[in-house]
Design a protein around this ligand. Structure first.
Ligand code: GUN
Ligand code: ZN
Length: 433
C-alpha cells in the first residue's frame, strides 16, 4: 500500500480549551504518528498503533519536532504582497497611497499568475495551508489565485474584490460587471476540488448601494458561498461610511440591509463596534476577524476579543497582509497576545494554538475537513521546531510544561520554526516553484 507515515510529537485539539489547564481539549502524544494516503489522514495516534496499520507506508521521521494541523489564515489580501511594510499612514491614506496602485497591476494576467505562485509559497513556507483571501477587482487576479490553489491542491477560499467607487479607475468595476464576474467565478471555482468562493465587497466606502445590492443577490443565489468584507477598522473610515450611508443605523446595518450578514460572513477588523452591532453579530453568527499585526501597523485600535466572546461570538484571527506585517500565524499570535494584554485580557498558549488551527476551521465551517489531525480529515500538516533559533533553544531549556513550550514558540517563533508543511499529504518546503 502507498502512503506516508509521519513520526513526531503529535498535538491536536478536540475543542476549544476552557483555560490553560484544560487537558481534555487536546491530545499530545510524545511518540506519535500520522498515516497519510491520497491526501487524507488515514490514522493518527501512538506511533506503535499507527505503524501497526501502516502496511509498508514510507516513514518520514520528524522527531523531536511537533506535528500539528496546518495553520489557517482567516483574512489576507493576495494582491498586496508587494506593499507589506509601506511607511507612514493610517487606513484610508494607506489604501490610496499604496494599495490601490499595487492592486491595479493585477489587471495583467501574467503578473497575477506570477504573484499567485509567490503568494502560495509564502503561505506554506510560514505553515499556513488554508487562507480566506481577497483578490483584486480584476477577474484575472481571481483566476490566477484559484488556478494556483488548484494546481497545488490547497484548500483555499477567495473572491474577486467588488469596488465601484471612491478609488482610482484602474481598480474600479461596476455593479453589473462585479456581479457577472463573481457569478462566473462561483460557477467555475466554488466547490471545485478544494477551492471555495467568498463574495467580496471590499467595504461600504468603495461600493455603491447598487453594488451592495448585487452582492446581496449573489449571496441569496449562493447561500453556501462565504462573504468577506471589512467593518469598523478606523475612525475616519467609520465617519466617511456614515456620510455615504446616512440612513443606516450603524456600519454593520449597511451590510445587514443588503443581506450580507450571516454565519458564513467574515468581518475583517470589527474593532470600533456599537452595542447594537455586537448584538447583531451575535444573533446572526457572523465572525469578526482579529488582525493583530495590521491593527498595530495602521494604528487602527485594539480588538476586544473578550468582549465579543462574552456575547457568544466566535472570532477568527488573521494576518491581513499587506497591512499586516507578517505571514506567520505564530507572529500573529505574538502581537495578538500583546493587544489583549493592553486590555487586561489573556491569551494562553492552548487557546492560541487552537485559534490558528481548529478555531479558524470552526469559523470557516470546515472542522470536518481541516484544523485537526483526526482520521478522515485532509492531510494539511505543519511540522514545528520549537528550538529553531539559538534564542528559542535557550528558552526551551527552561520550559517545563507543554504550555510553556507552546507559549515561547508562539511569542518567538517565525518561519524558521516551520520545518515542513504538508498540503494534502504533499511536502511543500524545498519544492521548486
Ligand atoms: N479596508 C478596505 N480595504 C482594506 C484593505 O485592503 N486592508 C485593510 N486593512 N483594510 C481595508
Ligand atoms: Zn483586509
Amino acid at each position: 500500500m502507498t502512503g506516508t507515515l509521519l513520526r513526531g510529537r503529535l498535538f491536536t485539539f478536540h475543542h476549544e480549551p476552557a483555560d490553560g489547564e484544560d487537558t481534555d481539549a487536546y491530545s499530545y502524544i510524545a511518540d506519535g504518528a500520522i498515516l497519510m494516503r491520497d491526501g487524507l489522514i488515514v490514522a493518527s495516534g501512538e506511533y506503535t498503533d499507527v505503524a501497526a496499520v501502516s502496511d509498508g507506508a514510507k516513514v518520514t521521521d520528524h522527531r523531536p519536532h511537533l506535528l500539528m494541523a496546518g495553520f489557517i489564515d482567516a483574512h489576507i489580501h493576495f494582491p498586496q504582497i508587494q506593499i507589506v511594510a509601506s511607511w507612514g499612514s493610517q487606513l484610508l491614506d494607506w489604501l490610496n497611497g499604496y494599495t490601490f496602485p499595487a492592486e491595479a497591476e493585477y489587471a495583467n494576467a501574467q503578473h497575477a499568475r506570477a504573484m499567485a505562485g509567490q503568494f502560495c509559497t509564502l503561505l506554506t513556507d510560514h505553515g499556513t495551508t488554508t487562507a480566506a483571501a481577497f483578490c483584486a477587482s480584476h477577474k484575472a487576479s481571481a483566476e490566477a489565485f484559484f488556478s494556483e490553489a488548484a494546481d497545488r491542491n490547497m484548500r483555499m477560499i477567495g473572491g474577486q474584490t467588488m469596488m465601484d467607487r471612491n478609488a482610482p479607475k484602474t481598480v474600479l468595476d461596476t455593479a453589473q460587471s462585479s456581479y457577472d464576474d463573481s457569478k462566473a467565478l462561483i460557477g467555475k471555482w466554488h466547490g471545485t476540488g478544494r477551492t471555495s468562493y467568498a463574495i467580496t465587497p471590499r467595504f461600504a466606502i468603495t461600493s455603491t448601494p447598487e453594488q451592495l445590492e448585487m452582492a446581496g443577490a449573489l449571496a441569496a443565489e449562493h447561500p453556501d458561498c462565504y462573504i468577506q468584507t471589512h467593518l469598523s477598522e478606523n475612525h475616519d473610515e467609520i465617519a466617511f461610511t456614515a456620510e455615504l450611508y446616512p440612513d443606516a443605523r450603524d456600519y454593520l446595518d449597511i451590510y445587514e440591509g443588503y443581506g450580507l450578514v450571516g454565519s458564513r460572513t467574515l468581518l475583517g477588523h470589527a474593532i470600533h463596534l456599537k452595542k447594537r452591532e455586537i448584538d447583531a453579530i451575535s444573533q446572526t453568527g457572523a465572525h469578526p476577524v482579529f488582525c493583530p499585526t495590521s491593527n498595530l501597523f495602521l494604528g487602527s485600535g485594539l480588538f476586544d476579543d473578550a468582549g465579543l466572546r462574552a456575547c457568544g461570538i466566535t472570532n477568527g484571527i488573521a494576518t491581513d497582509i499587506g497591512a499586516g506585517t507578517s505571514y506567520c500565524m505564530l507572529q500573529t499570535l505574538n502581537e495578538g497576545y500583546k493587544i489583549l494584554q493592553l486590555q487586561d485580557q489573556k491569551l494562553h498558549a492552548l487557546r492560541a494554538f487552537h485559534w490558528i488551527t481548529r478555531g479558524n476551521a470552526e469559523v470557516l465551517g470546515l472542522v470536518d475537513k481541516i484544523g485537526t489531525l483526526d482520521a478522515g480529515t485532509e492531510a494539511d500538516i505543519v511540522v514545528l521546531n520549537p528550538r529553531a533559533t539559538p534564542a528559542m533553544a535557550l528558552r526551551m531549556d527552561r520550559a517545563e510544561t507543554l504550555a510553556e513550550e507552546l507559549f515561547a514558540l508562539q511569542m518567538m517563533g517565525d518561519d524558521r520554526a516551520i520545518v515542513q508543511t504538508y498540503v494534502a499529504g504533499q511536502p511543500q518546503k524545498g519544492k521548486p516553484i
